[in-house]
Ligand binder design. Sequence first.
Ligand code: ATP
Ligand code: MG
Length: 258
Amino acid sequence: MTVTDRQRGDAPSGLHIDAVSKVYGRGRGALLALDDVSLSVRPGEFVCLLGASGCGKSTLLSLVAGLDAVTRGSVDTGGGRVSLMFQEPALFPWLTVAGNVEIALRMRGVDRAERRRRATDLLETVRLDGFGAKRPHELSGGMRQRVALARSLAQESDLLLMDEPFGALDAMTRDILHDEVERIWRERDLTVLFVTHNVREAVRLGDRVILLSSRPGRVIEDYPVHLDRPRRIDAPEVAELAGKITERLRAEVSRHAR
Ligand SMILES: Nc1ncnc2c1ncn2[C@@H]1O[C@H](COP(=O)(O)OP(=O)(O)OP(=O)(O)O)[C@@H](O)[C@H]1O
Ligand SMILES: [Mg+2]
């Protein structure tokens, strides 16, 4: 197997975020990070979330992942498994590459022999076969991101949340990982919510691109991306839509700069 030995019960239901607000702190120091955010992601859909720094993107992902509680509203993942891939790979330096993947399986109670087998398969899926015995410090940044991706996949989630996973990579490595993520998304029939600062990256990957406003974060635009896949990040049609979205984003950022 490389990718599809997971068993599903009921059909996955995607993600429904309904009128969610998030307030950090209390009293005069309270901060409204998200205000009345509603967003649905269909099963199998790839949705990219764009917005200025500090607008609440990571907050929204942590609410969906259940790491933090909403102040108002509701988040419904239909009982499906959710995994979150952070901006930094956050690998355990004392574990091998395979060990870092296996730990996700161990936490799900998978026995040792099966963990070995699945970790090997997952490393193959992210094109890191042969690297299982290395430690994270022996890998490049792009390879570490792949390990983090393999670990997220090990959770066999229905919904994969990715928080600027490729922000720190060079353009070439990022292009390769876009291809990988798109391939895995298709093969595994995943639902993906992908946060990025990079408008072209959002158009390259997304079925839809959602734009959040700043302070507080609200959904202000929802752009469908009707471009054939696979797309090239430097394709003229990607650039054209990215240009339009960038203009809207600029207007939103300058509204706050005034
Ligand atoms: N745990 C927290 N406690 C208090 N305030 C927080 C907490 N986490 C985030 N915030 C605040 O909420 C707002 C949104 O933060 P968040 O990290 O969600 O932004 P972001 O859109 O992910 O930004 P970036 O693009 O820079 O990663 C910010 O003003 C931030 O200071
Ligand atoms: Mg963030």
